[in-house]
Design a protein around this ligand. Structure first.
Ligand SMILES: C[S@@+](CC[C@H](N)C(=O)[O-])C[C@H]1O[C@@H](n2cnc3c(N)ncnc32)[C@H](O)[C@@H]1O
Length: 216
């Protein structure tokens, strides 16, 4: 099985020997490949629906790793997790991801690897307001750019401004990469469209202009 670039990027962020939970796993490609490549030796795979959970079990059986996975039907992390240190929550909206993290009470020393499909600004705000520090990596699938956020609780709140919420905090290694460049181009294009819409309806475009100027 070959992972898509989106899941491949998440894969690279999971530490070796992680005590790992994949929330909303669906097909479970990610945990199955992590197990098959001996990056981890055990995983908890969850989904809120029985259909996807059945699919994840089928993938695990197909790749001979079903005995190394506990399959859990649950809403987010609302189950008896046992000990863990790494959680991925991928392929969902930013608001849902924030809600899942918010309901979980036991993430103090945990690495969160998050891949929001929408509402990145909402998720960033949630993380910063709740004392998480994080960096972002980017990858491309054709024209589409995906963001992967690696977050951990910090000692205190991190300062941020409105532009950080929309633009994000790229990992140092990302700044000159093709994916980050595409990501910023897409952001700029969307903001210019919004600005045009606001102009037509006679509304204030100052904030959008500020955001556009902050994108480098
Ligand atoms: C689009 S799939 C993403 C699958 C995989 N994580 C990926 O990134 O390719 C989203 C999955 O999350 C599950 N899901 C949605 N809300 C959830 C929740 N609150 N708790 C656990 N799973 C959830 C859905 O049932 C679905 O299987």
């Amino acid at each position: 099985m070959t992972l898509t670039p989106r899941l491949e990027l998440v894969y690279k962020k999971i530490p070796k020997k992680a005590k790992y939970i994949d929330v909303g796993s669906d097909h479970a490609y990610l945990p199955v490949i992590l197990l098959a490549n001996n990056i981890i030796s055990f995983a908890i795979v969850t989904d809120i629906r029985t259909g996807p959970l059945k699919k994840s079990r089928e993938t695990a059986i197909q790749y001979g790793v079903a005995d190394k996975i506990k399959f859990i039907l649950a809403n987010g992390l609302d189950f008896d997790t046992g000990e863990f240190d790494t959680v991925s929550i991928c392929g969902m909206g930013g608001m849902l991801i924030a809600e899942i993290i918010d309901k979980a009470t036991i993430l103090e020393n945990c690495l969160l690897v998050l891949q929001p499909m929408t509402k990145h600004d909402f998720l960033r705000k949630y993380l910063w307001d709740n004392s998480y520090k994080f960096t972002e990596n980017y990858t491309l699938e054709g024209d589409k750019c995906y963001v992967v956020i690696s977050a951990k609780k910090a000692e205190s709140k991190i300062d941020y401004n409105e532009a950080d919420l929309y633009i994000g905090i790229p990992d140092e290694t990302e700044k000159y990469g093709e994916a980050y460049s595409k990501y910023t181009q897409n952001l700029k294009r969307n903001l210019l469209k919004q600005k045009q819409g606001l102009k037509i309806s006679g509304k204030d475009t100052e904030f959008i202009s500020y955001l556009i100027n902050e994108i480098h």
